[in-house]
Design a protein around this ligand. Structure first.
Ligand SMILES: Cc1ncc(COP(=O)(O)O)c(C=O)c1O
Length: 394
């Protein structure tokens, strides 16, 4: 039997039973969409029932309740309550931020090639509107210090850098406090895409002082989908331009961003219950468990012929591995591999196309077990010796 230097953590007693996940599948992709614990689902169901008992009363009271939910979320993240808005997701948050910055012709927005596709596309769209430019910083997959590469890309016209707290395809921490400070010293605005921040890592809002910080609560903080936050520094709050014009427009940030007329706010109102559950389980214990299990999973998968572990950030509950050449270099091949892993190995993983061999990402959450990664490794060993056919490669 192979011995592993990184031991799998002890499971957290009772944690797996908190979810309604299909036991026939290994859910090794918490990072993409999260999973909502049963008690949080029930809280949202209760709120929906209250709403249907008296829609008029519920929606009239909702702005005040949102204020209470916002205050709880802000306290939990260590954010200033006046500077935090609830919104749907990072996709929305980045659009709000980009729309609020009056870029001048010729100015540059820095984005990362490891950045999330939609975030980078939003930057392209906004830049085109303003006559600005997007500069994509190419980070090495292995080796090199991402902070140095980002700083080397800063030029005299760089207005904004959009940096991931943790990158989606490669699970790397980029927007660290020293990098944010160095950018601020160079007069560059910073927007942190912390889609994978809340629940997994500290918000670091005081340490790095980014101008804009947005993160999902529906990934690692157990909130119902879609729930996210946008945190804005004081000097930008009055300049924030909500995507929708609503009755609360005149109330200014944050309610002008939160309120979008008649809508279902029950997920946001249930978010404080999700945070309370994480606290009850023990946030530090959950983080430690998840990060160690992800490291264990990467180690086991790294033994599969053709898979190579990519650099990891210790506290992150996701890990990435490079696939062999030609396995997932195109979107189509990456999708084919994810489908094959699901249908033939009974597991959910994330695969992103990458030139020279795609990138496979695993996640770890309290409901996962060491055996799931072992089974995935055994299955991938078989699968990669006969890669799934795609119409292009067939
Ligand atoms: C780094 C990163 N940014 C943005 C997003 C988009 O999140 P959402 O679909 O919730 O807007 C994701 C989703 O996985 C992500 O990983």
């Amino acid at each position: 039997m192979t011995t592993h230097p990184v031991a799998a953590p002890e499971p957290i007693a009772g944690a797996a039973g908190l979810f309604t996940l299909d036991p026939a599948l290994a859910h090794l992709n918490h990072g993409s969409y999260g999973a909502v614990p049963i008690e949080v689902q029930q809280e949202q169901d209760r709120l929906r029932a209250d709403q249907e008992a008296d829609p008029d009363g519920f929606l009239r009271a909702a702005p005040e309740w949102l204020g209470q939910a916002r205050a709880t979320v802000a306290r939990w993240l260590g954010a200033d309550e006046q500077g935090l808005a609830l919104l749907s997701n990072v996709t929305e948050a980045v659009a709000v931020v980009l729309d609020s910055i009056p870029f001048r012709p010729g100015e540059e927005i820095l984005v990362l090639d490891h950045g999330y596709g939609v975030v980078n596309r939003a930057a392209e769209r906004r830049a085109a509107e303003c006559g600005a430019r997007v500069r994509t910083v190419v980070l090495p997959l292995t080796g090199g210090d991402p902070a140095e590469v980002v700083l080397a890309a800063v030029g005299p016209r760089t207005r904004l850098a959009v940096l991931d707290r943790v990158t989606s395809p490669t699970a790397r921490e980029i927007a660290t406090a020293p990098l944010l400070r160095a950018l601020a010293e160079r007069g560059v605005l910073t927007a942190v895409d912390a889609a994978h921040g809340p629940g997994m890592l500290d918000a670091d809002l005081d340490v790095g002082r980014p101008d804009f910080w947005f993160g999902n609560l529906h990934k690692w903080a157990f909130a119902p989908r879609p729930t996210a936050v946008l945190v804005v520094r004081p000097e930008w709050r009055e300049r924030i331009r909500p995507l929708t014009y609503s009755w609360e427009h005149g109330r200014g940030f944050p309610l002008n961003v939160e309120w979008r007329g008649t809508a279902d706010y029950t997920g946001w109102l249930a978010a404080p219950g999700a945070l309370a559950l994480l606290d009850r389980l023990g946030l530090a214990r959950v983080r430690d468990h998840n990060a160690r299990l992800a490291a264990y999973g990467q180690q086991v998968l790294g033994e599969v012929a053709g898979l190579a572990a990519l650099p990891a950030s210790p506290g992150v509950a996701m890990r990435a591995l490079r696939l062999p050449p030609q396995v997932a270099e195109t979107e189509e091949q990456a999708l084919a591999l994810m489908t094959a892993v699901h249908e033939r190995l009974g597991a959910r993983v994330a695969v992103r196309p990458w030139t020279g061999g795609g990138v496979l990402r695993i996640s770890a959450q309290v409901y996962n077990r060491a055996e799931e990664y072992q089974a995935l490794a055994a299955g991938l060993d078989r699968l990669l010796s006969r890669p799934p056919a795609t119409s292009r490669s067939a």
